[in-house]
Design a protein around this ligand. Sequence first.
Ligand SMILES: Nc1nc2c(ncn2[C@@H]2O[C@H](COP(=O)(O)OP(=O)(O)OP(=O)(O)O)[C@@H](O)[C@H]2O)c(=O)[nH]1
Ligand SMILES: [Mg+2]
Ligand SMILES: [Zn+2]
Length: 299
Amino acid sequence: MSERRESFLQGTLIRGIGSFYTAKTEDGRCYTLRCKKKFRRMGISPLTGDDVLFTPGEAEEHGWIEEILPRKTVCLRPPAANVTRLVIVLAPVPEADLLLADRMISRATAQGMDVLLAVNKTDLDPSFSGRIAEEYRAAGIPVFPVSAREKTGLEPLKAAMRGALCCLTGQSGAGKSTLLNALLDLNLETGDISRKIARGKNTTRRTELIERDGLKVMDTAGFSLLEPEKQMEPEKLRERYPEFRAYEGKCRFRECLHDREPGCAVQEASDRGMIHPDRLERYRLLLAEIREEWRDRYD
Ligand SMILES: Nc1nc2c(ncn2[C@@H]2O[C@H](COP(=O)(O)OP(=O)(O)OP(=O)(O)O)[C@@H](O)[C@H]2O)c(=O)[nH]1
Ligand SMILES: [Mg+2]
Ligand SMILES: [Zn+2]
């Protein structure tokens, strides 16, 4: 086996279309591959961002993915592997859904990813990014106001994206592809919002990894719903809120979930303006949902 392994090439999957994947090697060459049936039997599908060992195909023939190397992180929505920095794109139009953003932040934090917020379309509402920055300041999540259309604010965001495999995510129409085009001088397909709604479809359909100008970044299909997490202990959620950490162990009850229990240090911090009340309110909504799933876990 080890002898055969040495004859494999190693690369990163940059896209998958149907059952065909494209792997890019370190020297920049691209190979079309299919996935061996053994992976399906094991219940594993390759994801964009996966590092793989593969056998290249002869001439025009496709090759085969032989092995998927251990993943640092996994996202199922959007489907991506090995992302270490998540860039959530928010915009005033279509209206930003911060509960959805908090769900993404919670999942990313649980996997040890860094999170950045890119608040796009500042040309439409210059004050919106300030509101977002206020909500996430206590969590230490950096906010980058940008206008992909007017190409403003791009350099600080670009600098913050260097040195990690980044993934742009967020609602359809927030401007992920337009932003990547502006950041990296690309020509990804974008679509206007009314057309998206009319078609009920995303413009970007699949995850695509782009390497350019020292950045490694994925463009992904937007979405507007994220299912509640199953099988998650309610006590785990509070650990995913960086702004709660300073108050750990300071509530009257050790097991306090910061859900309006008496003597809650997190509530007191929020009353003193140290934690944004809306973010705390949304934490409680997510907590209620996770508790319900947890209660029904054997159904
Ligand atoms: N005014 C303004 N419009 C923008 C800006 N950035 C993007 N848009 C517009 O927003 C619409 C959606 O942009 P896309 O880049 O396709 O959005 P997306 O997030 O990639 O959407 P999906 O691929 O469907 O997930 C397009 O009409 C863009 O022209 C901006 O900075 N300002
Ligand atoms: Mg797109
Ligand atoms: Zn508490």
